[in-house]
Design a protein around this ligand. Structure first.
Ligand SMILES: C[S@@+](CC[C@H](N)C(=O)[O-])C[C@H]1O[C@@H](n2cnc3c(N)ncnc32)[C@H](O)[C@@H]1O
Length: 204
């Protein structure tokens, strides 16, 4: 078994705690470090949008934090591997590149927090993969700017490769703070990292 395929500390922890993927600990670390679920959504709790949610670890973790308050909307082109019975949870199946889906997600908003772990399936062709990844990142960022409530925050996955500085500069035009952050649970050999932005303003 290659080192990459071997279950590591985070994979075993996820299994023990009932999460379908180890990626849950990346979100937990980011949210706890930046205090992003303390965002008020009024007395009813925050509204959260999870983009690229399947198999569902991030969604499950968020629902466990919300404890019945607030709401969670999730979207993915694939089915979730979880089926939470929470009345405050809604799943949309489809692509965020599709305008009808974007409208559905706008109509279900606004959101106090948008999180995205979305990643395109890879073809092995570097140019194709890079262009698909850039298209998805731009779509996530554009959608977040359309659906966030004032004061809201965004966490989004990107792949390191020269675009990070430009994306952070764009985010700084709309958010009070924006920076890159690589959680410890990211595999050391992975090119993925996250952008974290807070203090969304419609007028910035
Ligand atoms: C790394 S997985 C997400 C893992 C998830 N955060 C979890 O903890 O279970 C990336 C997901 O992005 C989804 N995705 C890719 N392109 C998408 C698109 N255009 N619209 C919606 N979801 C997309 C994939 O189907 C995949 O399920």
């Amino acid at each position: 078994m290659a080192a990459y395929d071997r279950p590591d500390f985070w994979t075993l922890k996820a299994k023990k705690e009932g999460y379908p993927a180890r990626s849950v600990y990346k979100l937990e670390e980011i949210i706890k470090k930046f205090g992003l679920l303390k965002l008020s959504g009024g007395a009813s709790g925050p509204a959260v949008l999870d983009i690229g949610a399947a198999p569902g670890s991030w969604s499950l973790w968020i629902l466990r934090q919300l404890k019945g308050a607030g709401s969670l909307t999730a979207v993915d082109i694939q089915d979730l591997g979880i089926s939470p019975a929470d009345a405050n949870f809604h799943f949309f199946k489809g692509s965020i590149l599709d305008e009808t889906m974007r409208k559905n997600l706008r109509d279900a908003g606004p959101y106090n927090l948008v999180v995205s772990d979305a990643a395109p399936s890879t073809t092995g062709n570097r140019l194709v993969d890079q262009s698909r990844s850039e298209e998805l990142v731009e779509a996530v960022m554009g959608l977040a700017l359309e659906v966030l409530a004032p004061g809201g925050a965004l966490i989004m996955k990107i792949f390191q490769g020269g675009e990070e500085k430009r994306l952070i500069a764009t985010l700084k035009q709309h958010f009070a703070q924006a920076r890159g952050f690589k959680p410890e649970a990211c595999r050391a050999e992975s090119f993925e990292t996250y952008l974290v932005a807070s203090g969304f303003s419609l007028t910035r």
